[in-house]
Design a protein around this ligand. Structure first.
Ligand code: GFB
Length: 395
């Protein structure tokens, strides 16, 4: 009997020692022993802003469950930013706090940084890794049905964000289509699991795109204060504006790189771009000749664009980070500064189907700009082009 209780005590102690962590927002420390952790990752080539969208799907899933008093012990672990395909300067691991206000994220959803989980544990063992796969035909029989099934085909995941002390007890391949909250059904397959991971988190859809929950979550994604300060300083110095809504410059997001071949029928040439900027200013009677450009274009394309704009007497501005800013915040931080600058401008023109542009539009909605100044896009030179959908903020 004594021996058994000693054994049980030992097990309990070991569980409590398993991982300790502190919930920064709640200012309290707890153990992971009574928590269930949901990890997720995204298809490696996907960029930062698409990943932000995937975060929102999972954050809303957890926050909504908590709101209904369900699954109160589940926490979402934020996948570190690591080796992002579009980042050229440094692809080192970055946590979410480098880009966002973590307290604000935590005020909306029960989230933890990966390092909060890893600091106190020598190794992490995931109970079940569900590798999600698309169905070959999403519209089988002509209808889109929400469904999932265990799959016999091969599936693969070798991520873990640069950690080499994470292991998986069992990997399961799952064909999945439908809303993200349908993933709760998978968690019931092994009810005693406490560490559950989903790879290809981009496959499940939003539960509630564009609803109040969506916007509550979106609003909680405030940027890291240092990045906001960098943008504020730039706007003040270059555009003589000290508020979040400026009327002294127009901004564009000019997405190039893979869009130049992947979506070549959707993007304009340099001359076509200049023509559309000029038309937008005239048509909307905008009294500014200052143009801010956020872009991933090559140096030679940027040079051409600046030359053509200057020929029409426009003043052109780009955000060029200092070496130390680039070293500290990396390509991801610089891109956010550009997004904030675009978000505060008098008028914005984005790139069709770019989530980088979508996030700027959302920021402008939150700031309360007139939607006519926000939902504008570059059209191809052929001119064939519909206005972007207006995703209006819901209070
Ligand atoms: O953010 P993102 O998912 O937007 O990916 P899309 C594009 C990445 O390219 C950004 C860089 O996260 C940045 O790293 N980038 C793009 C920029 N535009 C700019 C810019 O104006 N300034 C700076 N500094 N960086 C999706 C990708 O991109 O497009 C997918 O997520 C795929 O992987 C698809 O490539 C076609 O939605 O535009």
């Amino acid at each position: 009997m004594v021996l058994i209780s000693f054994f049980v005590m030992h097990l309990l102690f070991a569980a409590a020692q398993d991982i300790d962590y502190c919930d920064v927002s709640a200012k309290s420390c707890d153990t992971l022993a009574d928590k269930k952790l949901i990890f997720y990752d995204v298809n490696p080539p996907e960029g930062f802003n698409l990943r932000r969208d995937v975060y929102m799907r999972f954050a809303v899933m957890l926050a909504e469950a908590h709101k209904r008093g369900k699954r109160a012990n589940y926490q979402l672990v934020l996948p570190p930013w690591y080796h992002l395909y579009h980042w050229k300067t440094t692809r080192d691991q970055k946590d979410w706090g480098s880009f966002f206000d973590l307290d604000s994220l935590k005020s909306y959803a029960p989230v933890l940084e990966m390092h909060e989980v890893m600091t106190k544990t020598p190794k992490l063992s995931i109970d079940r890794l569900y590798v999600l796969q698309n169905y070959e035909d999403a519209f089988e029989g002509g209808v889109f049905k929400e469904k999932w099934e265990l799959s016999n085909s091969d599936c693969y995941y070798d991520g873990f964000w640069g950690y080499n002390n994470i292991t998986v007890k069992e990997k399961i391949c799952v064909r999945f289509q439908g809303k993200v909250s349908k993933l709760w059904e998978l968690t019931t397959l092994h009810p005693s699991d406490t560490k559950i991971m989903f790879a290809h988190g981009e496959i499940p859809l939003h539960d509630t795109y564009g609803t109040k929950s969506y916007w509550d979550c979106r609003k909680s994604m405030k940027f890291n204060k240092n990045l906001v300060d960098m943008a504020t300083k730039y706007v003040s110095e270059n555009f003589k504006c000290n508020s979040e809504k400026c009327n002294t410059y127009l901004s564009i997001h000019w997405r190039r790189q893979d869009f130049l071949y992947g979506r070549k029928d959707l993007v304009p040439s340099v001359k076509g771009t200049v023509k559309q900027i000029d038309e937008a200013l005239k048509k909307n009677k905008l009294k500014t000749e200052k143009i801010f450009i956020a872009t991933d274009a090559s140096d030679s394309e940027i040079k051409n664009l600046i030359k053509e704009l200057k020929a029409l007497m426009y003043e052109v501005f780009l955000y060029v980070p200092s070496r130390s800013e680039l070293a500290i915040y990396g390509d991801g931080g610089v891109a956010i500064v550009e997004q904030i600058i675009c978000a505060r401008s008098l008028f914005f023109i984005g790139t069709h189907e770019s989530t980088f542009s979508f996030r700027i539009q959302e920021e402008r909605e939150i700031l309360g700009f007139d939607s006519e100044s926000t939902f504008n896009r570059f059209c191809p030179d052929s001119g064939a082009c519909e206005k972007p959908s207006k995703w209006r903020v819901v209070q």
